[in-house]
Design a protein around this ligand. Structure first.
Ligand code: SF4
Length: 582
């Protein structure tokens, strides 16, 4: 591995490495950004580390062979990803308006990512390379669409993505171990069907796997779709999960059990690959890539989240067990930043899916796997007693990062669960004190999403009392330190179960309890792989199968949102000609 090189994206770069051909070509819906925050870069570096020759094509032209043929045909396999975000989420707002901007495209214009990018890129390969080596799907778009799933944008239940595309295999979840196994297996001429973390299509069922409702059954009976989703959701922990087998037409989608989670030293190793932390020069001529501003000097401390908000897909993509990097490795990354010439001393983020889940886990979960049957580590009513929330390692880590010579400021911009701060009687106060004094700038963003109990139940978010308690603690700490810092709140309108009356109640709460006028709220998007999308499609509570109200009319969704946001702010935005993006 050369410390100063991107993976090649042109034949010239291949030649410089002395390569006539590649083992693997990776294609992505994002520009090629070599960063530990970009899945395709991580996969490329992992494959490189096992000795394979890998090239990357970011955002290929889909109307010609110019890009797809740029690196030639790989010897072992093609890897295809829609990019860091599902292409339909990336291209459309919650009310299905086209988004004009794209943070992962050079120049910022949303003109390079096709709808259903995974499918389009697979077809592109098939068009120009007949009888080629296997095409392997990966990334969040494919992963969350691995079984029958509700697709909001076509408003229908779609088949598993392998049936929609003409790909051969899929790696689901984070896929680090599965990609190593796949690379080695294909190099050695083995059969990828035995690899954990892989999906494929079979003519025969795998009888020892769990037989889940067929696509046809799900289409004709929404309760069957709920049954399917529950088994899907509960079989993501490598400690105990079984393989799944779903009949689709006359064939079967086979989902092997998930890959093992990475150990701390493996997390450290992957974080330490020689990422260039920049966009590849091939894309630079087309302008800046906005996401670099946030990821370039950010540090990911862990993977996984056990928060289980029902509208979030992290549980089924990253898993519900926290896997941490070591403190030494994280601090080394901060030290490495200080040697980079464009580092100004500011670390944009030290975090993960939920920043304050670093450094502790439920002991039972680590041994036996996460609980199932909707018995959660945390929900709208309680925190499981077995989860001993402990911010002490996180506090020390942040302190150590602050003390790295050359680091002026290290922000925590990732989401923070305020209910965990109030639950940690020993260290929660001290953690928040550090945040207030050192790791936020002017404001702290928190995500209650709503404050009405009924809606919070459907969202799987904590009750409002914890928010009240947290705000008191936050205000007190700001007063003590003489700072005038605010809280800003992420709020969601039109989540399943939410009616206009609930938005009025939320407005009352923000005005009288939080003493603020929200400037923003998001209209709910039913994204694949989430319980909330199941609620949206079935109009049922998936845990009781009782009917629930779901707002499906776009104008009324917008109305829900407008109930809660500051009228003056809306007026200002309108007079500035901005549309209120949902
Ligand atoms: S015992 Fe409690 S904290 Fe542990 S995995 Fe189960 S629900 Fe989560």
């Amino acid at each position: 591995m050369n410390k100063n090189e991107f993976l090649p994206t042109t034949k010239e770069e291949m030649k410089k490495r002395g390569w006539e051909e590649l083992d693997v070509v990776l294609i992505s819906g994002d520009a090629y950004i070599d960063s530990p925050f970009m899945g395709i870069a991580v996969v490329g570096r992992i494959l490189e580390s096992i000795g394979l020759r890998v090239g990357v094509i970011g955002q290929p032209d889909i109307n010609s062979d110019v890009d797809v043929k740029r690196l030639g045909e790989p010897k072992l396999f093609w890897g295809v990803s829609g990019g860091s975000i599902d292409s339909m989420v990336s291209n459309y707002t919650a009310t299905k308006k086209f988004r004009n901007s794209d943070d992962y495209t050079p120049g910022g214009k949303n003109n390079k990512r096709p709808d259903r990018a995974t499918l389009v890129y697979t077809n592109l390969i098939r068009r120009y390379f007949k009888n080629t080596v296997p095409i392997v799907l990966g990334g969040i778009e494919a992963s969350l669409r691995r079984l029958s799933h509700y697709d909001y944008w076509s408003n229908k239940l779609r088949k598993p993505i392998l049936f929609d595309t003409k790909a051969d295999y899929m790696i689901y979840g984070m896929g680090e171990q599965a990609i190593i196994d796949l690379g080695n297996t294909l190099r050695d001429g083995g059969d990828p069907k035995n690899i954990r973390g892989v999906c494929y299509i079979s003519k025969e069922p795998v009888l020892e796997y769990l037989q889940i409702p067929s696509h046809e059954e799900c289409l004709s009976n929404k309760e069957k779709y709920i049954d399917l989703f529950k088994v899907f959701y509960d079989n993501n922990d490598p400690v105990y999960s079984k393989g799944l087998c779903q009949k689709v037409d006359s064939r079967y989608l086979i989902q092997n059990p998930p890959s093992d989670y990475l150990e701390e030293k493996e997390m450290d190793k992957i974080a330490s690959f020689p990422y260039q932390r920049d966009v590849h020069p091939y894309h630079k001529k087309d302008g800046k890539v906005k996401c670099l501003e946030t990821i370039k000097f950010s540090i990911m401390t862990h993977h996984g989240c056990w928060g289980e908000c029902n509208f979030c897909a992290i549980a089924v993509h990253q898993g519900r067990t926290i896997r941490t990097r070591s403190e030494e490795n994280i601090i080394q990354e901060a030290k490495d930043f200080t040697k980079m010439k464009d580092f100004k001393g500011i670390i944009s983020d030290v975090g993960g899916p939920t920043a304050n889940m670093y450094g502790y886990e439920c002991k039972k979960k680590l041994k036996k796997g996460t609980c199932v049957d909707n018995y959660r580590c945390v929900d709208d009513k309680r925190l499981c007693k077995a989860m001993k929330v402990d911010h002490s390692r996180n506090i020390q880590l942040l302190k150590d990062i602050r003390e790295v010579p050359g680091v002026k400021k290290a922000f925590v911009a990732s989401g923070v669960r305020y209910d965990l701060i109030t639950a940690d009687k020993k260290h929660g106060y001290n953690y928040l004190k550090q945040m207030v004094n050192h790791h936020i700038s002017g404001q702290m963003k928190v995500a209650p999403e709503h404050t009405d109990d009924e809606v919070l139940y459907h969202m799987g978010k904590p009750g409002k009392q914890t928010l009240i308690d947290f705000k008191k603690m936050y205000d007190k700490l700001n007063k003590e330190s003489g700072k005038k810092q605010f809280l800003t709140y992420y709020l969601i309108a039109a989540h399943p179960g939410c009616k206009e009356k609930h938005m009025h109640e939320l407005k009352q709460f923000t005005t009288h309890e939080l003493k603020m006028n929200p400037e923003q709220a998001q209209v709910f998007t039913p994204t694949p792989g989430t319980y909330s999308a199941v609620m949206y499609y079935t109009e049922m509570d998936p845990f009781t199968k009782k009917k629930i109200f779901v707002e499906k009319d776009t104008r009324r969704k917008e109305k829900q949102k407008s109930i809660v946001i500051d009228k003056k702010y809306q007026q200002r935005r309108k007079s500035n000609g901005a549309s209120l993006q949902s």
